[in-house]
Design a protein around this ligand. Structure first.
Ligand code: 13P
Ligand code: SF4
Length: 361
């Protein structure tokens, strides 16, 4: 254990300034030595920390070199000149970084940083779907394994899903694996969407009724929701978008009261930055996978160069193509407008496609 010396206090005081309204000062002496050590190790090893918007404020504000949503982190991974990328996020994000930066060492500090969406579908499922819908292009949310990306025509994130679906120029598209994201996209486009029965275990817990109750108890509140929430929740929200789009909304509009219907740390991270001006109402849910990343395991990851992300080249080559196609499209920002246009969406699952028999590649 590294001691909280006066030297460390002096070096880390400016960082504590950034988080002092969301991290109690009694907790800082246990965090500061780890923050200091990570910043030393990054310089020694020419490493960068890419942190998702759901990381806790100690990671997000004190050790991250870049923060953002899935799309922004993928773009950064491609641009960085560092030798080592530490992904403070979940495994699919680290795999995406590795796909875009194959010559760099990509580390994920915790092997438990999974994702319920990524776990909902396999490459074999996608092969079965393609057999059921021959010729229909497959758009895959980045929240998937490299194996699933390898079976896809192009990837998307919540920031660009509508634009990617429309950019293909087809009147029918398979959009995987988040059922709710697919339904929310379907409500915004004329393109017919075929979905998969995956869910984000964090966002599926929010209900429209809960939001109505908050509106009643907090008059004037602006409700912002991530499109992994159900269509009913999005109907109830004032704005929907990727994690970074939600942050941008608060920064630009400065609502007096805001509720971010997403993972808990987002509100802490924005609140640390803008202070008391905006009141955050927090009916948030924790992502247990994101929360397996800690200052301690980032230190260990950099000291021991563990856990390195590797992808078999045959899968990587095809997965990379799907991610690169998305990044090269440079489309972003076609938002989830507030309009009620729910459409019927076919939702497939393993049972409905496996009856077609096994398909070899
Ligand atoms: P964003 O791409 O909007 O950051 O979302 C990623 C994610 O995992 C949300 O649950
Ligand atoms: Fe996956 Fe949901 Fe966690 Fe995002 S919040 S990483 S979609 S489980």
């Amino acid at each position: 254990m590294i001691k909280y010396t006066s030297e460390i206090a002096k070096a880390t005081d400016p960082l504590f300034e950034k988080v002092k309204n969301v991290i109690p000062s009694v907790e800082w002496p246990t965090m500061a030595p780890l923050v200091h050590r990570i910043n030393e190790l990054k310089a020694e090893k020419n490493a960068v920390v890419l942190a998702h918007n759901y990381q806790t404020p100690d990671i997000y504000h004190c050790v991250a070199d870049f923060v953002g949503d899935s799309l922004q982190l993928a773009i950064q991974a491609q641009k960085t000149e560092a030798d080592i990328i530490v992904q403070a996020g979940v495994h699919f994000m680290a795999e995406t970084s590795k796909l875009l930066s194959p010559d760099k060492t990509v580390l994920i500090p915790s092997l438990d940083a999974g994702c319920s969406l990524a776990a909902s579908i396999t490459g074999q499922d996608v092969r079965q779907l393609k057999k059921k819908y021959p010729g229909v292009p497959v758009v895959t949310y980045v929240n998937t394994s490299a194996d699933v990306k390898a079976e896809s025509d192009i990837c998307c994130t919540s920031a660009n899903a509508i634009a990617v679906v429309e950019a293909l120029g087809n009147d029918r598209v398979i959009l995987l694996p988040d059922e709710y994201l697919s339904k929310n996209v379907a409500a915004q486009t004329e393109v017919e969407i075929i979905a998969w029965q995956g869910r984000c275990e964090v966002h599926e817990r929010f209900t429209a009724e809960e939001l109505r109750d908050y509106r009643e108890s907090s008059p004037g509140v602006s409700i912002l929701a991530h499109p992994e929430c159900s269509p009913e929740v999005l109907e109830e929200a004032d704005f929907a978008g990727s994690t970074s789009a939600l942050i941008r909304y608060v920064n630009v509009n400065r609502p007096q009261k805001v509720m971010m219907v997403t993972e808990c740390s987002m509100s802490d991270n924005v609140s640390a930055e803008i202070g008391e001006e905006v009141e955050f109402i927090r009916p948030c849910n924790l992502c247990p996978h994101m929360k397996t990343i800690s200052l301690q395991n980032i230190v260990e990851s950099l000291e021991l160069i563990r856990h390195e992300v590797t992808i078999p080249e045959e899968i990587a080559a095809r997965g990379r193509q799907a991610v690169k196609r998305m990044v090269d499209l440079e489309v972003e920002g076609k938002g989830f407008e507030k309009r009620s246009n729910q459409r019927d969406v076919i939702v497939e699952d393993r049972a409905s496609v496996s009856s077609l028999g096994t398909l070899s590649r």
